[in-house]
Write a protein that binds this ligand. Sequence first.
Ligand SMILES: Nc1nc2c(ncn2[C@@H]2O[C@H](COP(=O)(O)OP(=O)(O)O)[C@@H](O)[C@H]2O)c(=O)[nH]1
Ligand SMILES: [Mg+2]
Length: 299
Amino acid sequence: MKEMFRSGFVALIGRPNVGKSTLLNRILGQKIAITSNKPQTTRNRILGIHHFTSGQALFIDTPGIHKAKGKLNRFMVDQALGAYTNTDVILFLIEAKASLGPDDDYILNLLEQSRVPVYLLINKIDQVEPQRLLSKIKQYSERFNFHEVLPLSAKTGDGVAQLLQLVEAALPEGPQYYPEDLVTDQPERFIVAELVREKIMRRMNEEIPYGIAVQIETFTEKPEKNLVVIQALIHVERDSHKRIIVGKGGQMIKTLGQEARRDIEHLLGARVFLELFVRVDKDWSQSERMLRELGYSQK
Ligand SMILES: Nc1nc2c(ncn2[C@@H]2O[C@H](COP(=O)(O)OP(=O)(O)O)[C@@H](O)[C@H]2O)c(=O)[nH]1
Ligand SMILES: [Mg+2]
């Protein structure tokens, strides 16, 4: 008899910076979602497909849930909240070293209305003594009726195999939504823009990372040379930000470009010629038109 095919949507939900995108990349064995130690690195919903022998889990990585101010933030939170609907499993992530606070409380209140099983994932266990986990499990389990609790580390991979077993068992019978070789539905251009943004997120401080957006202007494949030529435009909100990103004698932008190029070559499996440009657009994050152009809009 043919084995039943299981499939469904699995939402990764939690406060900013708990490791949702790192976990997604770990599960997929490939970097499709950018990560940094700053909150609100992820801005869009990102779909990652994990294939089982007879099934597929469609993981939805979301921007962290936080109190939103401004149009871009509002979009991000809507993207995260939208992931609650039409999912089969919810993975609620926390950090092993943090404790239950108002932000988690806010999310758990929202989850109370959900009818699908919610799993508590205690991430970053590489950062704490194992005996501290018990009190954490107790604290959260008293607050919410989790289907299961699983400690893991997205960084080391510890516990990730067990997670995949749990997810597979929780999926309902369903169709094969995506072909077997597909890892994400995001176009390569989107991931390329994100990889450039990641390097800026990681190297810049204070408000700069939140005031930038990256747009791919040209993406030209030259298969006969195994080369891709890419020009990307970095939008910033202030002249001073532009100066910092370009750096003394263009040194910073050169470094950012080298770092991004390495990741993009890995992603595309080709040599990459990457050119970065910076433009000041004072109000890009408040302009409906710009947000739409940059993919930060539902409409
Ligand atoms: N030590 C440790 N750090 C982690 C782990 N998972 C994620 N991180 C780090 O936590 C930060 C936030 O991760 P990210 O995936 O961007 O969080 P997100 O905002 O929830 O998507 C990054 O610096 C990650 O490298 C983990 O298991 N252990
Ligand atoms: Mg993220």
